[in-house]
Design a protein around this ligand. Sequence first.
Ligand code: FAD
Length: 439
Amino acid sequence: MQPKIVVLGGGIGGISMAYELRQTIGRAADITLLSDMPDFHFVPSNPWVAVKWREPEDIKIALAPVLRKFGIGFDDAGARRLIPAENAIELSDGRRLSYDYLVIATGPALAFDEVEGLGPERNSISICHVDHAAKAARRWEEFCQNPGPIVVGAVQGASCFGPAYEFAMLVNADLRRRRIRHRVPITFVTSEPYIGHLGLGGVGDTKGLLESAMRDRDMKWVTNAKVDRIGPDSVAITELADDGNVRRQLDIKSALTMFIPAFKGVGCLLDEEGKGIAGLANPRGFVLVDKFQRNPAYPNVFAVGVCIAIPPYEATPVPVGVPKTGYMIEPMVSATAANIKALMAGEEPRREATWNAVCLADFGDSGVAFIARPQIPPRNVNWAGEGYWVHVAKVAFEKYFLRKVRKGSNEPGYERIIMKMLGIAKLYPETKTPPAAAA
Ligand SMILES: Cc1cc2nc3c(=O)[nH]c(=O)nc-3n(C[C@H](O)[C@H](O)[C@H](O)COP(=O)(O)OP(=O)(O)OC[C@H]3O[C@@H](n4cnc5c(N)ncnc54)[C@H](O)[C@@H]3O)c2cc1C
């Protein structure tokens, strides 16, 4: 019997993983992708959906037919609970799925409940899920009929700041197109210690570039901010000083509010007390992995994407997390496929992902891009740039990734060439000696 590999999650990490496994391992294993919804959706386009520059259907692809073409099984029942000690997953419909190897790619659960009034069921809109973005788009149309002040940002514990900047800038661009920007004061509120920190200590001059972009667009900002409460027409925040003491408390009027929430692990990674399953995940439910993307307690379990545990880069007055960007996920995927192949051949895993961060934040009329190699300072490449070309590149990235999902290729030739030109490799050179012996 062939080994069974289950990829859990059908987002950027999960779909890339399923394809890369098929390419790396060929037909030597049964591969099944288990999601909790029938479609792939391209999360980076959600901000465009929220301002109606895209329809939700533009960024969705039904998974069953495309995966069938590549002999990859698909199930959208969703996982209710992982039972790693028994190599099994309990599905939401009560069935049980067993595996020889499991790759977890479940992305984040959105911790709206950690701030009073936060989230699309309460007083703020969200862009983290395509359905939230579709709901936000309806709200956006109403808002534009009767505009007022806007507050956008990222709350305490957030680890994904690029989309908050992106949304603030897109809102600005769309309001200008509609000729109503003069009726809308915009305030950016962030847990970051300074604009452009991004959970990464900044990249190149992201501080200068983003502050300047906000000044150019008449936006105010508050940093080191802890959101206390989001009401129907205001946001209450506490701003901390660099030493952690309270600097001031503010109540900002807001007719439309969007905050990126903190993330945690999804339900199937948690135990009965709501903590991460012992050995598999940290208390917040993020999957523990070693440098080979492998869980130390369950060595046939790997994880890629936003669901993995990464410690914060530095202590900050208000907590912020390290982001996991799309191009950081791809190296995790490549390393995992190579390491599962090694395990199937009776060898030890050897491949390590480089975890470089490449990010494009679209402003509608311009944008900021950065490359952090490696992601955490000090870096060999620490670059940020701005221009209309970023908007064009982001549209190209969307088209390219959706094509990649339809065509089943995890790294078309041109991606390889561009990344080589930028000097960005997905994996560190292979170690000749198995790591255990090398120690
Ligand atoms: C609004 C937004 C914009 C972003 N823009 C960019 C960008 O421009 N560039 C960039 O590099 N990064 C961006 N990111 C960061 C990152 O690339 C994305 O968050 C990316 O989608 C993460 O991929 P993932 O596979 O880890 O998680 P996801 O894409 O969230 O996928 C997780 C999948 O797991 C499924 N799932 C969850 N629970 C279960 C379960 N119990 N059973 C089965 N399946 C389950 C979900 O339905 C989903 O399909 C952005 C993030 C956000 C939130």
